[in-house]
Design a binder for this molecule. Sequence first.
Ligand code: CMC
Length: 447
Amino acid sequence: MRLMMWQAAEQTRNQRLRMNKTAKLEIDGKVYELPIVIGTEGERAIDISTLRRDTGYITLDDGYANTGSCLSRITFIDGEKGILRYRGIPIEDLAHNSTFVEVAYLIIYGELPNQKQLKRFSDLLTQNENLHEDMKFHFEGFPYNAHPMAILSSMINASSCFYLDLRGPYDPKRFEVEAARIISQVRTIAAFSYRKSLGLPIIYPKPTNKYTANFLHMMFSEPYQEYPLQPEVVRALDLIFLLHADHEQNCSTATTRFIASSQANLFACAAAGVCALWGPLHGGANQAVIEMLQQILETGDDGSKFITEVKDKKSGKKLMGFGHRVYKHYDPRAKIIKQRCDQLLKVLHREDPLLDIAKRLEQAALNDSYFIERKLYPNVDFYSGIIMRAIGIPLEMFTVIFAIGRMPGWIANCREIMESSDSRIYRPRQIYMGQTERPYVPIEERT
Ligand code: CMC
């Protein structure tokens, strides 16, 4: 019943968004009218969904920079103005007032939870925090130096084997538990894989700990000694999770939507999201930033030599943590993280030479015509690694932290697909540029 009402509301909304305005396209002297779609924030799109049927043409947009792949109600970004909102609420307000768990609920269910809803959601996270005991044997199969993103993706997928009900089609009645299970267990898997990589005994979750505190406990406690939780450290990591919670149709989220469109289960979608996130141009950039800063430090460069190298395309180098497909302005998440970075190091009485280099690089880049002309600013990954270093998170786990944070966004996006009556399997087309038809050559005649 709830699903039907939701679908009806969605259809009405979709009709409302398809305004009467049209765009005209002329091909070979024939004019075609294409509907214009206007979003709630005034974003405009030309609806080409019947273009091939009507004209025989498709559109070509390598890299999808001009392609809107869906209508979504989750996250709004204005890259020109540096605006990011989850379900309409500015990221700055959420960062200042909220927690990751509250924001996860907001992203998935569309509203901030009241106290009762928050308790129910938190209880579900706690009830689902333990992995099936047999999962521990799977960890044994990985070499000690395996990358934790590989382990994370494999283990998320493997964990679906332990829930037989996932074999059936999507069921909205099961969604609440499944979503909580993934959000909760991704943190347990991440901590277990870290402990395994060091040959340390696994630390089980503690039901009395809240989400982020529990992750730190599983990472850093020992059987003989509890990790002393410092509120500033817990809050800083919680903020990192919160700021990564969703970011509309980025590479990994679009990937999870792709998988969801084939009606695969949520675990399969999340595992694929982890793989897409891993690359250095996406979530892997937070690790790449620290590696870059470390290299600069080791060579004794103050950053200026590196900036010169980056501008020379032949060097193949990029200023990692800079630039964004959507933001042509300072990434609002980077602004918040930079501030928290300074605060945390102060509270912990730490100095980090990498932070000094990062700030120098930022200043140099923001005053350099190469970066100004291309509108390249720090993105979320530029300063997040400094916070994670200060907390004691090892470099190889940085992208895993991103994945834990992004889980609510992936789940919410998959849900949009799974619960939409309009959704079809994602299946882009291509323009074939290969050989035209030619005969098969037997092996003895090949040169
Ligand atoms: N350093 C130096 N030059 C850059 C950089 C950079 N970080 N980013 C873009 N450029 C140049 C690029 O070479 C191109 O120059 P030209 O016009 O002369 O060919 C121009 O700026 C436009 O760049 P683009 O490659 O067309 O931009 P894109 O939208 O395809 O790529 C990006 C976006 C984020 C992949 C890219 O900016 C990049 O590689 N940045 C470094 C990696 C990084 O920090 N990634 C994290 C992104 S934010 C978190 C996330 O979403 O995962």
